[in-house]
Design a protein around this ligand. Structure first.
Ligand SMILES: *[C@@H]1O[C@H](CO)[C@@H](O)[C@H](O)[C@H]1NC(C)=O
Ligand SMILES: *[C@@H]1O[C@H](CO)[C@@H](O)[C@H](O)[C@H]1NC(C)=O
Ligand SMILES: *[C@@H]1O[C@H](CO)[C@@H](O)[C@H](O)[C@H]1NC(C)=O
Length: 222
């Protein structure tokens, strides 16, 4: 019986690998946070000198806001200033950040400290207001990515894990099938060779038998 031509195992493996690679989720979008506007309502300096305001997230360096010198005036930024962006947010994780004022004598004054999260950004924008201290808007276009990675992060993560488990199972099954087929084919080949060898030996035996008969003169003469 003739089987239809099978898909070559190598091509099958290539297809499976391609699918596996495509199912790795795209985690390449960087969630850079920039300052859009800030309005400080107070300065903490005693001697009415110009304040030195800075922003910092735990684990990051200070970002000084050199233009913010006066209370009660709104500063608007383009997002491309030399000190931008303020920070980069990890996926599905908040950063503890704060707005501070450098103090020349004592420890720095705190405007406010809070958890800055990707999920707080609505349409890439987030306003943080602290009564009597400051009002600032931050931009992060990638924090509200259309993939929904920020809002449905955990579920999509679970899904991608499921996908990779399925891919692993499919690959293992395919590899097992290919190995079994190869072993079976090898065994059949070995059997055929063995049979051919046996047949050859059998025929040879007959021929030798004939030769022996001839030599001993045991032909049909008697
Ligand atoms: C958004 O992510 C893309 C891809 O990594 C990056 O090129 C771009 O600079 C990011 N934009 C912002 C504002 O973070
Ligand atoms: C902080 O600043 C130092 C010196 O400028 C730099 O080497 C380091 O990479 C910065 N760290 C972060 C987290 O930006
Ligand atoms: C904070 O600033 C934003 C942008 O300037 C403004 O729309 C908002 O009304 C302000 N909020 C308060 C409480 O001042």
């Amino acid at each position: 019986m003739r089987w239809p031509p099978p898909i070559s195992p190598r091509r099958l493996l290539l297809v499976v690998l391609f699918v596996a690679l495509c199912s790795i989720p795209g985690t390449l979008s960087s969630r850079l946070v920039t300052l859009d506007t800030i309005d400080i309502f107070t300065t903490h300096e005693w001697f009415h000198s110009k304040p030195s305001v800075y922003f910092r997230c735990s684990g990051d360096n200070k970002t000084h806001l050199p233009d913010v010198k006066e209370a009660d005036s709104i500063y608007t930024f383009k997002g491309e200033e030399s000190w931008q962006p303020l920070t980069e947010l990890p996926e599905n994780k908040c950063k503890r950040c704060g707005m501070y004022e450098e103090d020349t004598l004592l420890h720095d004054d705190v405007f406010d400290e809070w958890e800055l999260c990707s999920s707080d950004f609505k349409d890439g924008k987030y306003t943080h207001f602290k009564q009597g201290q400051f009002n600032a808007t931050f931009l992060c276009p990638n924090c509200t990515a259309p993939t929904g990675a920020a809002t449905h992060g955990s579920s999509s993560e679970v899904e991608s894990k499921k996908t990779s488990v399925v891919v692993i199972i499919i690959v293992s099954v395919l590899v097992s099938v290919i190995v079994i087929l190869a072993l079976f084919g090898g065994y059949k080949y070995w059997l055929r060779k063995k049979r051919e060898r046996d047949q050859l030996r059998f025929l040879k035996l007959f021929e030798e038998g004939d030769d022996m008969d001839d030599e001993l003169g045991l032909s049909n003469e008697f």
